[in-house]
Ligand binder design. Structure first.
Ligand code: HEM
Length: 100
């Protein structure tokens, strides 16, 4: 369970996570994109990623719409739970493993 020390949230191991202000900034920014289709968000995200790192292209085998849906669904879960990231640790760890 996260507790708050000098405005920062810490895990049990006292690792720095995010301040409540940072969490609000991220959640408010993400809320502004709510009405935008995942395909559009994914197109922007992956176009920028692949423009900056074209060598990553062969790693993406899933079609763009499906990949975008997964990206946005995962971001929805993560952004909604920034205050309780410790409870998401397992999901994020598994996602990271799928990124190897
Ligand atoms: C905001 C950060 C990111 C999130 C939330 C995210 C989320 C996801 C999700 C949910 C999947 C699908 C996993 C599955 O089907 O089991 C995925 C796959 C993938 N991601 Fe990410 N990702 C992020 C950033 C990145 C970045 C920066 C890279 C590039 C290094 C990357 C490379 C990949 C690749 C190569 C796949 C597999 C695609 C395929 O199977 O065709 N991701 N990501």
């Amino acid at each position: 369970m996260a507790n708050s020390v000098r405005g920062y949230n810490h895990t049990k191991e006292q690792k720095l996570i995010m301040t409540n202000t940072e969490i609000s900034l991220v959640q408010n920014s993400w809320k502004k994109l709510r009405g935008i289709q995942p395909q559009v968000i994914g197109d922007v995200f992956y176009s920028k990623l692949l423009l900056e790192a074209p060598y990553l292209k062969p790693l993406f085998k899933t079609n763009r719409p499906e990949q975008s849906t997964k990206l946005v669904a995962m971001l929805n879960i993560i952004v909604a739970r920034l205050q309780h990231l410790d409870t998401l640790k397992n999901d994020i760890r598994q996602l990271a493993l799928r990124h190897q």
